[in-house]
Design a protein around this ligand. Structure first.
Ligand code: LLP
Length: 421
């Protein structure tokens, strides 16, 4: 459930009319609902109630400082994958001891900054990374808290570009080699092993792969404890999917996911961390765009929007579906018309949807892409020298621009002309 509903014939974000935001900030823009972010965060809190746990929001899904701060105020931690995200989490008010650092390619400089600023743990993904981290921490006269990400070789049954838990993927160390790597970790002077990490993929719509992976983690916990390691923390990654198409059956709920965690790992007495991104932010955000032209082609009609693939890349990158709705509520008798919904970028791939049924639209009408709060703004680029679009946060009847649209002057000034030109 989200807080983007029609009211008196117009789409609202909580108590603010989308058309009013469009008037104030111009289109296209992203808008997030505080109540929806909070609701989704609390669903995970409820799901893990009674277990010692921490919910670390995967900032890669939506890294705006104001979004992170909204969640931090509820007690959320952060899962970061770069020092940029780490510094933003800190700026949002997340204390270092609630930040976990994931990713296959952490640099020594990133390790140093995180150790200096405070970190809950590094989720280490390889032996070379483990050795580098030990060296960096030792040189600083400290020990780095570490979980090692294991690759359980489980098929997450999701899009191949976002599946991470199969042995052919670049992530983690093979679970079959875990005991040897933990033995090495225990012998390194700058490493303090605190637990195990696993993440098998994103947009999972079936709980079976989670259960399979978590059962393997439970077995590994027992083995590593028998080897003398202090496994007190399990980081279970993110990945729970969201409904992108309202007409389709809904994926499992956080409460059901929580039950899988309890069933597979509850007996171990470990502290549990999860790293959800999409489920918290995805349906808490819209991309709002204006129709520039309605163009009648020979075979089909095109809705040409002012948003493009550089603003929301998921449809062209993954063939992803986003529901598109008119901001003016369709009247009951309106007959839907099929449109190819496209952006102005000079590529055929700049297509959001083909033959999508919408009410008959006209130039200047507003549309909203649903489920755009996760992996939307964060994946945007300035391709075609189109400025990154603003982000807006709504809370009740208030809204604020949480990232402004750059001016063309600012964009031009970022380039430098060398002396010889
Ligand atoms: N933890 C780790 C280690 C991850 O790699 C990811 C996502 C998450 C947590 C959060 O997963 P979530 O709960 O959001 O599913 N750009 C793609 C998604 C990439 C996901 C990458 N890793 C998309 O637009 O679908």
């Amino acid at each position: 459930m989200d807080h983007f509903l029609y009211r008196d014939g117009a789409l609202f974000a909580e108590d603010v009319a989308i058309a009013d935001i469009a008037q104030a900030v111009g289109t296209p823009f992203y808008v997030y609902s505080t109540a929806t972010l909070e609701r989704h965060y609390r669903l995970f809190e409820e799901a893990l109630e009674g277990m010692d746990h921490l919910i670390c929001f995967a900032m890669k899904a939506a890294s705006n400082t104001a979004v992170m701060r909204t969640l931090a105020l509820l007690g959320a931690g952060a899962d970061v994958v770069s020092i940029g995200e780490y510094l933003k989490a800190k700026a949002a008010g997340v204390p270092g001891d609630r930040i976990v650092f994931s990713g296959v390619g952490k640099t020594r400089e990133e390790m140093r900054v995180a150790l200096e600023g405070g970190i809950r743990q590094f989720n280490v993904e390889s032996e070379p990374e483990l050795r580098a981290l030990s060296e960096v921490a030792s040189a600083m006269g400290t020990k780095a808290p570490v979980t090692i990400r294991v690759n359980p070789d489980v098929d997450a049954k999701t899009h191949e570009k976002i599946a991470t838990g199969k042995k052919e993927n670049k992530f983690g160390i093979p679970i079959t080699r875990a005991r040897a790597v933990y033995a090495e970790a225990a012998a390194l002077p700058g490493i303090e092993v605190v637990g195990i990490d696993v993440h098998i993929g994103s947009q999972l719509t079936d709980l079976t792969p989670f259960a399979e992976a978590y059962r393997k983690v439970a077995d590994l916990t027992a083995e590593l404890r028998a080897d003398g390691h202090d496994i007190r923390r399990l980081d279970l990654g993110g990945g729970l999917g969201i409904p992108y198409e309202r007409s389709n059956s809904a994926p499992p709920l956080p409460i059901e996911y929580g039950a899988v965690i309890r069933d597979t790992l509850g007996h171990l007495g470990c502290e549990v961390e999860i790293e959800p991104g999409r489920l918290i932010a995805g349906n808490a955000g819209l991309l709002v765009s204006r129709v520039i032209y309605v163009k009648s082609g020979e075979e089909r009609d095109f809705l040409i929007l002012d948003a493009a693939m550089n603003d929301l890349v998921r449809p062209s990158m993954y063939g992803a579906h986003h529901d598109i709705v008119p901001v003016d509520e369709p009247a009951p008798g309106d007959l839907p018309h099929p449109y190819d919904v496209v952006g102005p970028v000079c590529e055929t791939g700049d297509t959001f949807a083909k033959q999508r049924h919408l009410p008959v639209m006209q130039a200047d009408d507003l549309v909203a892409f649903r489920s755009a709060g996760a992996y939307g703004a964060v994946m945007a680029s300035e391709y075609n020298t189109r400025p990154l679009i603003p982000e807006v946060l709504v809370k009740g009847d208030q809204f604020a621009v949480i990232r402004a649209r750059p001016t063309y002057d600012e964009m031009i000034k970022r380039d430098n002309i060398p002396v010889w030109l």
